[in-house]
Design a protein around this ligand. Structure first.
Ligand code: HEC
Ligand code: HEC
Length: 389
């Protein structure tokens, strides 16, 4: 075992309200996807679990949407339009939001907009969610009608004399297999990875919302995970013990099912990042891009549950710098991003010392975990993985 030097002990630590993956520290993360086009092939996963009309009073157009996607979708509306919930929802006399009421014109307009988006995605885009509220609104409630006059002057290029220059050939990208093998070697190699049977990771959390705290993430191969975050707001625990999973927070204990459980499993998968290859059924090398001035190769990866991720590998070091997971909903793709920084050696493998989560959520847009300590192959009490009470 080895301790990470804590860079800034006085960092206020906080609790993560990001509803996303919990993540064993170094392990999983998410963020937002800037290239919607690369995500287009993702088909909505067949809903499992309750749908929104079952648990809410006044659903007219989002019928069939899995319940767990409702609030992420509403948050997506606020970010797409640059507004808060009360732009469309009224407050009732008791000071709570009455989300079922139809008093606001904006809510009624929004229903029409949802219908338009559903229809365009179903017909024009052949059931692949290509357009969303963000496509037109771009963070503003008012969509500009036209560009300002004068429009930009564009001159026609004169007809070229002689043969047109051919586009400079783009250098061939490596294959998915090469990228994944280089990554496995960069973090220590298959043999070192295979020796890890359990991990206990502790560190600090800092949320954009202002709360700070500590976390502990314990995992036992192949499929048991425990993730606990404690901040000023209390403790949130997430547990995976195949085939079940739970989340416990200030409001009580929830059993997770369907896509939520799949997401949690992946984020807690001890070796979520170590055994990256095993989580996906298909890889496709998409592009060469840059993250903070470093060249990265982008792999589009399809999980067994059909969810799409985009994986970004440093072209030089081979290390994984970013994962973007797309949740395909009726109204468009909602991305989540996880960035990995400060890779360092822990025993024979390399793990990121800082993990940053970003979500489409104005209440807590980012959550950062800094890892203080990693212990491999220490005994983990099995009772951690039972249903919390
Ligand atoms: C751009 C408008 C808009 C914004 C902003 C918005 N909503 Fe909604 N919301 C709607 C519409 C439209 C519906 C009804 C959908 C339908 O009929 O299928 C709805 C329905 C709901 C419902 C279900 C209510 C019920 O019982 O039927 C909840 C809960 C909800 N919204 C919560 C929120 C929260 C929380 C936020 C802020 C994070 C938010 N909404 C932001 C437009 C909006
Ligand atoms: C194809 C482009 C496009 C898409 C996609 C789109 N909108 Fe709009 N939206 C508009 C335009 C244009 C207006 C202005 C209409 C007008 O002035 O009458 C508008 C107006 C609105 C308004 C009223 C704003 C106000 O203050 O008057 C709301 C609310 C709204 N949209 C919500 C949404 C939501 C929610 C989505 C996603 C489900 C969405 N829109 C998707 C183009 C779009």
């Amino acid at each position: 075992m080895r301790c990470f030097p804590t860079k800034n002990r006085s960092l206020r630590i906080l609790e993560s309200t990001v509803t996303i993956l919990a993540v064993v520290a170094a392990l999983a993360l998410i963020l937002k996807r800037s290239d919607a086009r690369a995500s287009t092939n993702e088909k909505a996963v067949a809903p499992s679990g309750p749908t929104v009309e079952q648990g809410n009073k006044n659903i007219k157009v989002l019928t069939g949407m899995p319940e767990y996607q409702l609030i992420p979708t509403m948050k997506f509306f606020t970010v797409s339009l640059g507004v808060s919930c009360t732009y469309c929802h009224v407050m009732s006399k008791d000071g709570k939001m009455d989300t079922a009421a139809d008093d606001k014109e904006t809510k009624r307009i929004a229903r029409g907009m949802i219908k338009m988006v559903l229809e365009a995605n179903a017909t024009t885009f052949h059931n692949e969610p290509q357009i969303s509220c963000y496509t037109c609104h771009r963070g503003q409630a008012v969509v500009p009608k036209f560009s300002n006059f004068p429009v930009a002057l564009k001159t026609m290029s004169p007809p070229a004399a002689g043969p047109q220059p051919t586009a400079t050939a783009t250098p061939a990208l490596p294959t998915a297999d090469e990228i994944l093998s280089k990554y496995a070697a960069a973090i220590g190699g298959q043999a070192a990875i295979a020796r890890i049977k359990s991990a206990v990771i502790t560190g600090t959390v800092e949320n954009a919302s202002g709360s700070t705290g500590t976390f502990e993430a314990d995992q036992v191969a192949p499929d048991k995970g425990y993730d606990s975050v404690t901040t000023q707001r209390g403790t949130r625990v997430r547990i995976v013990n195949e085939p079940r999973g739970w989340e416990k927070n200030a409001y009580g204990v929830n059993e997770l099912s369907g896509q939520q459980l799949e997401d949690l499993k992946l984020s807690l998968a001890l070796f979520g990042n170590l055994n990256l290859r095993e989580q996906f059924s298909k890889f496709e090398v998409a592009a060469k891009e840059k993250i903070n001035n470093r060249d990265v190769y982008v792999l589009n990866a399809t999980r067994a549950d059909q969810k799409r991720e985009h994986l970004y590998f440093d072209s030089e070091s081979g290390l994984l710098l970013r994962r973007v997971a797309d949740t395909s909903t009726m109204i468009g793709i909602i991305p989540e991003q996880i960035d990995f920084e400060d890779y360092r050696a822990v025993d024979d493998v390399k793990l990121p010392g800082t993990v940053r989560f970003a979500a489409v959520d104005t209440q807590n847009p980012t959550s950062t975990r800094k890892i203080d300590k990693v212990e491999f192959n220490v005994p983990v009490d099995d009772s951690l993985f039972t249903k919390p009470n």
